[in-house]
Design a protein around this ligand. Structure first.
Ligand code: NAD
Length: 490
């Protein structure tokens, strides 16, 4: 399936083409793809030159846009089901690429591949979201003799920009609803681990989507300004850091945006919570994929009555959890961080917290880009000063804070500039729901850690965590606009 899209380099390392204007082509140059596991170059990808970038945009705009609109819904659905079948055939290739390229533990890599296949299949059920509305006019004197039909229409060309942490699933979760709703797409994967997106593009091509309805833009983020501001692109769906999201919205001008940005997810543990359940879920939410998840738990706000017991259980559960080489340990929970710079940043954030009075409950340990889980105890009055609270920390570092009551927990949680998700642990549904109502976030999980799986529920944040919602069905709404046709009978 993937044989024709790469060649062996002089040193035997595979060199991948990219997909532009319906063809697999080499770029202007090649860029090394380095594995975070051991720093080895595992592949090279094509980086597009200026003219190829223009060719990619022109192809989707001039041809792809029409081709996908004329590719009926019934065929789109069949193509997605075919793509799911092809992904099952190439399952191990996807898992291996995610392990090598993103440094994912095998469990995470397998889960991400399965979730992508399920997303391909379940998305087809949601094609009904493309239905419209009929609006009778007789509710207003002015429109008495008319009626309106409201249709959902694609934007035309959608630019999908994905981050490094779910290089397959997030890319897919943008491309699938875009194509399903009749948009042509330019996919720009993260430069740190672009291989899964290259393979996924191949799968979609083989699944029969019109050749020019999709282009793969493998170029560094800093070279994207011209693409982002291009008027031929009418919608951008971006997942990544708040800083880059903000830059994109300023550069892009008038377009439709779906921005899924950073988070600072709190877990609020009330004194009537089950401490075993809460500690188990919190540790999972903290360490899975080394905390390189926007929905990782970064703050634990525990009420006085449960604080000591929770702290003890958290520490017990963290014992023995350490980053391992995913190639040597198939059961690893944590692997490396994506690169050395990210690990250095976590160390900086840790040192800042200690300098400002936080107490380390776990011994700090870092070897290269492998970072051990960090739990810091912080005074509630001081937490706002910490960079760990103010910045979008992307690693296994969590703050534990004692709070008096629900109101204090909510006040601290809501003082964050982020508002992605929150978790509330309590055995009393009424108390938990009262807290959930007050939290300024996109999703609240009761007695569960924030996790979004295949995107069954809508997903997205408020405040600096972004605008818009993703999800199997919600993404379709996000990537379409409405057109109203008013029929006057007079
Ligand atoms: P990033 O912001 O550095 O990069 C994201 C993507 O944007 C990459 O493809 C990158 O190449 C591209 N990019 C960089 N500069 C650009 C520019 N000027 N114009 C256009 N594109 C540009 O993020 P990352 O390090 O890949 O991922 C981690 C970040 O993603 C974290 O901040 C995390 O919170 C966030 N994230 C959010 C969600 C969510 O759903 N809210 C999910 C996953 C990750």
């Amino acid at each position: 399936m993937f044989r024709d899209i790469h060649r062996p380099g002089e040193d035997g390392i595979p060199e991948f083409k990219t997909y532009v204007a319906g063809k697999w082509v080499f770029g202007e140059r090649l860029s090394d793809v380095v594995s975070p596991i051991d720093g080895r170059v595992i592949a090279r990808v094509s980086i597009l030159g200026k003219e190829q970038v223009e060719e990619a945009i022109a192809a989707v705009y001039e041809k792809g846009r029409e081709e996908i609109r004329n590719y009926p819904g019934e065929k789109r659905v069949k193509s997605f089901l075919k793509a799911a079948e092809l992904m099952r055939e190439a399952f191990d290739d996807f898992v291996n690429v995610l392990i090598l390229d993103a440094g994912k533990p095998k469990g995470n890599a397998t889960g991400e591949t399965k979730a992508t296949i399920e997303r391909l299949e379940k998305s087809t059920f949601e094609s009904r979201r493309l239905l419209g509305d009929y609006v009778p006019g007789d509710w207003s004197e002015e429109t008495l003799e008319s009626e309106g039909i409201v249709k959902r229409e694609p934007y035309g060309v959608v630019l999908a920009i994905s981050p490094f942490n779910y290089p397959l699933f997030i890319s897919a979760a943008k491309v699938i609803p875009a194509l399903l709703s009749g948009n042509a797409v330019i996919l720009k994967p993260a430069s740190a681990d672009p291989l899964a997106a290259v393979l996924f593009t191949r799968v979609l091509e083989l699944a029969g989507f019109p050749k020019e309805s999709l282009s793969l833009m493998t170029i560094p983020g800093r070279m994207m300004d011209g693409v982002v501001s291009d008027k031929r692109i009418r919608a951008i769906t971006f997942t990544g850091s708040t800083e880059v999201g903000e830059h994109i919205i300023k550069t892009g001008g008038i377009k439709s945006y779906n921005l899924e940005l950073g988070g600072k997810d709190p877990a609020i543990v009330l004194d009537d919570a089950d401490p075993e359940l809460a500690s188990e879920k919190i540790v999972k939410g903290m360490v899975s994929y080394s905390g390189q998840r926007c929905d990782a738990i970064r703050l634990v706000l525990a009420q006085e009555g449960i604080y000591d017991e929770l702290r003890e259980r958290l520490l017990k559960k963290l014992e023995g959890i350490e980053p391992r080489n995913p190639l040597e340990d198939e059961k690893a929970i944590m692997g490396p961080l994506i690169d050395g710079k990210s690990a250095e940043y976590i160390e900086e954030i840790y040192r800042d917290a200690i300098a400002k009075g936080a107490k380390a409950l776990t011994p700090f340990r870092r070897e290269g880009n492998y970072v051990w889980p960090i739990l810091l105890e912080v005074d509630r009055e001081k937490v706002g000063e910490l960079r760990a609270f103010r910045e979008d920390v992307f690693g296994p570092l969590t703050l534990l804070i004692k709070v008096r009551d629900e109101d204090e927990a909510v006040r601290i949680a809501n003082s964050s500039r982020f508002g992605l998700d929150a978790a509330v642990f309590s055995e009393c549904e009424r108390r938990a729901r009262k807290v959930a109502r007050k939290l300024e976030v996109g999703s609240v999980f009761i007695n569960e850690y924030p996790r979004h799986g295949i995107g069954y529920y809508p997903f997205g944040g408020v405040k600096d965590s972004g605008v818009g919602r993703e999800g199997i069905g919600y993404s379709i709404e996000q990537l379409t606009t409405t057109k109203t046709i008013v029929h006057n009978f007079k």
